[in-house]
Design a protein. Structure first.
Length: 365
């Protein structure tokens, strides 16, 4: 009888303990998102360079993840209401591949992020302190990640650069951005190399596809990296606001292709840039004289430039193209003018340049 009673008592204690644990788990599941949301919004409120808030947090305990919903961050120093960063969802999860190796690391996934940068009106990109201050959104990612971040994914992102000539106007637009930043911890315990890798692809102005990929060595005393970049058939008119801001030209028509490889070894640069312009035009009577009201000398300058451009087009490809070698130190890259000019002449009258990657550089990180 005592044995039976003791057995029933143990079962009762076990059931009570399980129910208590279940109640604690349910309570934590209900109130943890509210608590995390409050912590994150308090951090944003105490930041000196940004304002904004998040809408909430959702837990996905079954796969070791949670997501932050409705992110909107603003630069406090700027008067306009355009946000620095918006994102409908930021997802944080365990990196299961690292867990197999005995390492607890996190992955970040940015879903449809939109980043707005500004250059001009007394500000330049170097002054965007909200991008790099420890009290801003980059530090926020570290604070909300339960473990060190080893991978960052971007899905369907956008980046907009605004320039100012009396009023803000969009100078550069990158859309449909998808990419990864890999091996952020740069640890041999989770990868076969200390080097980090990145790759990004997307569209410029929703029309021109581009790719950017590379490798970098974070432990070298001076910058050591390798970068490849390609861009195809960008309508040059899309760059008109940017070109007018930085140069005296007003582009009316044409397309631009780019292929470039560049590597730095302890800050010493080696590489090249291939450029191709097809059907380029910087002068149009109706656009420049009748609509824009350009004065005589400006119109004459653009007209002569336009005529020279047509003379230097390759007869077969219809493109002005050249290859520009890149050399020197990273903070003082040498692009020989005579070599650039000879490349244009060679493309026009001797042999056409193909605007594609050569694969001639090998990374020595």
């Amino acid at each position: 009888m005592n044995i039976q009673w003791n057995g029933m008592r143990r079962v009762k204690i076990l059931v009570t303990a399980l129910l208590t644990l279940a109640l604690i788990a349910i309570t934590a599941r209900i109130y943890a998102p509210v608590y995390i949301t409050k912590v994150i919004n308090n951090h944003i409120a105490n930041s000196s360079k940004i304002g904004g808030a998040i809408e909430g947090v959702d837990l996905h305990l079954w796969r070791g993840a949670y997501s932050i919903e409705g992110i909107a961050l603003y630069t406090v120093e700027r008067e306009d209401a355009r946000p620095l960063l918006t994102m409908p969802r930021l997802e944080l999860t365990l990196e299961w591949r690292s867990l197999i190796r005995g390492q607890l690391l996190s992955e970040l996934v940015f879903h449809s992020p939109v980043l707005n940068l500004h250059d001009g009106k007394g500000r330049n990109l170097a002054d965007e302190n909200a991008l790099d201050e420890n009290t801003t959104w980059l530090a926020l990612a570290d604070r909300i990640a339960p473990f060190a971040i080893n991978r960052l994914d971007i899905r369907n992102g956008e980046l907009h650069l605004y320039v100012n000539e009396g009023e803000w106007q969009r100078g550069l637009t990158l859309t449909k951005l998808n990419g990864q930043l890999l091996n952020i911890t740069n640890s041999l315990q989770v990868a076969n190399t200390l080097d980090g890798q990145f790759n990004l692809e997307g569209e410029l102005y929703n029309v021109s596809h581009f790719t950017l990929k590379g490798t970098y060595s974070p432990y070298e005393p001076r910058p050591t990296f390798d970068v490849d970049f390609t861009m195809a058939a960008l309508p040059a008119k899309q760059l008109d606001a940017l070109v007018q801001y930085y140069t005296p030209y007003d582009i009316e028509a044409g397309t631009l292709d780019i292929a470039a490889e560049m590597q730095a070894n302890q800050g010493a640069v080696d590489g090249y840039l291939r450029l191709g312009l097809k059907e380029i035009s910087v002068f149009d009577w109706r656009a420049d004289i009748e609509r824009d009201g350009d004065h005589f000398f400006s119109a004459l300058f653009e007209g002569l430039s336009d005529g020279l451009a047509q003379l230097l087009e390759n007869n077969q490809t219809g493109a002005i193209a050249t290859k520009v070698p890149l050399a020197g130190e990273l903070d003082n890259i040498d692009t020989p003018l005579l070599t650039l000019i000879w490349g244009i002449i060679e493309n026009a009258f001797i042999r056409a340049y193909e605007i594609e990657l050569e694969g001639s550089l090998t990374f020595k990180g």
